[in-house]
Ligand binder design. Structure first.
Ligand code: CDV
Length: 345
């Protein structure tokens, strides 16, 4: 039986350091309404969607830094973000959105939430595990900094998949007669930007039967200080490569875990200077791109997907129960860095 969902990535053009929060929310509402007019049931917004991607800046004042953060559990009620959640509830659309989270204890996380329109509540939260960059800025004054390790703690909620109510008709529930994998409410997982480059998170979601992975991102188009300069590239060549790598990891990891993925970028020249790639896309369990952004501005990327399409991979090529060999995978959790084989005599 088909289990279809109409799904959208809300790509956002640049959000500048000077952009008033109200202006950003207005743009997000406009994207939500556009997605609604296409019949979307779920809309994904980018990483740190409500503000500029501030970890590129060295921010000295605590008050200024705090202005980029929200209290995680208050998003649906905070004046800065409430209008988006109110509209999602009113339109009956689930949303997932990235934000900088400040906890009661004062810790900072690069986080995202999943809001269920049916429940009228946040039903899942994710904190970015793989924080790229450094604590200190680069010495090169022209470098694009990536100070996530300075402002955020590594995520501590793991990669926990969750079910999303109200999206597919006739979903099996606890105690249903129609039991078995692939019959219940959709299984989703969230990751944030750099996480998508790491196979480990995808596999942990795959092992929970994930059907849709949601990933918001801010990826620089040209950042040689961060990436290395072994191959000298023009900014244009570097951006082509960055988009290639983005799609490569979304497509290959969707395939290897037999799931759909949705990715939503913040794109364009943020703060008038820092180029972010676009390339928001929706990929299938066979690794194909089903829909993708055409430009680098505010744009809805939309597809109707059938979760039943996950079954073939999950039951054949990537039937984990039959084919995985965990006795051979020990190094994955025993060792963090690389230990090369001994040198030859
Ligand atoms: N926001 C990010 O996590 N950006 C990283 C860059 C810095 C490599 C990314 O993986 O796109």
């Amino acid at each position: 039986m088909p289990r279809t969902i109409k799904i959208a990535a809300a790509q956002m053009g640049p959000v500048h350091i000077t952009s008033p929060r109200t202006e950003v929310i207005t743009r997000m509402l406009s994207l939500l309404h556009s997605a609604s007019s296409l019949g979307a049931q779920l809309v994904l917004f980018p990483e740190t969607a409500f503000t500029t991607f501030f970890p590129r800046h060295l921010i000295a004042s605590q008050a200024s830094l705090d202005s980029y953060f929200e209290h995680g559990d208050n998003l649906p009620s905070s004046p800065n973000t409430k209008p988006l959640f109110d509209a999602a509830k009113e339109l009956g659309i689930d949303i997932s959105v990235g934000f900088a989270e400040r906890t009661e204890e004062g810790e900072g996380y690069n986080a995202s939430v999943y809001f269920s329109a049916e429940k009228g509540a946040v039903i899942a939260k994710y904190r970015k595990v793989h924080l790229p960059g450094s604590k200190e800025p680069f010495e090169n004054p022209d470098a694009v900094n990536q100070l996530e390790k300075r402002y955020f703690q590594p995520g501590n909620l793991g990669f926990k998949a969750f079910r999303t109510p109200g999206l597919v008709a006739g979903a099996a529930k606890k105690g249903s007669e129609e039991l078995g994998a692939g019959k219940g409410d959709p299984i989703m997982g969230m990751m944030i930007c750099n996480d998508r480059r790491w196979a480990e998170g995808w596999r942990i979601y795959g092992m929970q039967g994930v059907e849709v992975v949601l990933c918001g991102y801010n990826t620089a188009g040209f950042a040689p200080d961060l990436w290395g300069t072994r191959k000298v590239m023009t900014p244009e060549e570097a951006e082509v490569d960055a988009v290639f790598h983005h799609k490569l990891v979304m497509q290959s990891n969707s395939y290897m875990n037999s799931c759909f993925s949705v990715s939503a970028a913040k794109a364009g020249l943020e703060d008038g200077k820092y180029d972010l790639i676009g390339g928001s896309c929706i990929t299938s369990p066979e690794g194909h791109v089903l829909a993708e952004a055409k430009g680098k501005g505010d744009e809805i990327v939309f597809a109707e997907i059938d979760l039943e399409d996950c079954r073939q991979g999950k039951e054949k090529t990537f039937d984990f129960e039959r084919h995985r060999r965990i006795d051979q995978y020990g190094l994955i959790t025993e060792q963090t860095g690389v230990v090369e084989p001994e040198l030859l005599p």
